[in-house]
Design a binder for this molecule. Sequence first.
Ligand code: TYM
Length: 325
Amino acid sequence: MKRVFSGVQPTNFVHLGNYLGAIQQFVKLQDQADCYYCVVNLHAITIPRDPQELREKTLDLAAMYLAVGLDPKKATLFVQSQVRAHSEAGWLLQCLARIGELNRMIQYKEKSKGSDSVVAGLYTYPVLQAADILLYQADQVPVGEDQKQHIELTRELAERFNRDYGHVLTVPEALIQKEGAKIMGLDEPEKKMSKSADSHFNYITMLDEPKLIEKKLKRAVTDSENIVRYDPETKPGVSNLLVLYSRFADISICELERKYEGIGYGQLKKDVIEATIDHLTPIQQRYHEIRLSDELIRILQQGAEKANEVAEQTVRKMKDAMGIL
Ligand code: TYM
């Protein structure tokens, strides 16, 4: 059986990009593979966070994992900081990663914007991510397109480790979907939907109320052509709406193009709004029930125990291979 690992940062709130790009794949994979899904709270502190808020957001995200349909009987759900091997393996891999390759990481370049006051953790962030994945000997890593380069680095580090110290680590591959791997910002569809966007009209979070979803989608930027056609290059706004509708209503984009022949953007937006609200409402109801239950803490404890067993074995093998007593 294949092993799958992935993680999401507990920052702001999960938006449709995270959900459609990554988390929906997590749910599908739990029936086919041995899955480990992590709330990567150590990654979140590469940017200053309020401690109480970080605690809450860690549990919020874990509750969202369950609300979207992850089942602790099928997949192991846990919090990164509750498995010490992540920090330990992160250091071992830092001693293999090269400055040159970290300098090339697009996300680092974007987030640091050339400033020398960013913390060192932001720079070594992709190495901790590699440790996350390699500790579980994952074969596959479901992610959105923006993580492609980090998974490439993970592969490179695994291969380097195996070459230098003998075969210990599985070289993973990224699982990136054809459609939905890059959900675009509603207010700026040339760029990806992002938790850190300046305006909240950029994204829809999984917990947005129906009225707010409607408002945000009504304001979504389209173009002046009024022809519904999928063409991400020249019609990024409309194409993005088509992806959302296609995924929420489970209708192919080709079919949607046919459906809207001769019909303008007004109707498309109405339908996207309805499909989005219909999809999110039951998730939101489950989320609120789970978030307040003691069950959540118990599930995370059990998840951490299981994750610890696997991760400890790998880090021990890594240390043995490297001659670390
Ligand atoms: P994060 O928390 O930024 O995002 C979580 C997942 O959501 C995907 N994603 C998107 N997909 C489509 N369209 C978008 N607009 C969009 N925005 C985000 C991301 O690609 C990601 O899959 N570095 C990771 C967290 C991480 C991780 C890992 C992931 C840490 N360790 C190990 C996989 C394996 C991150 O910041 O994701």
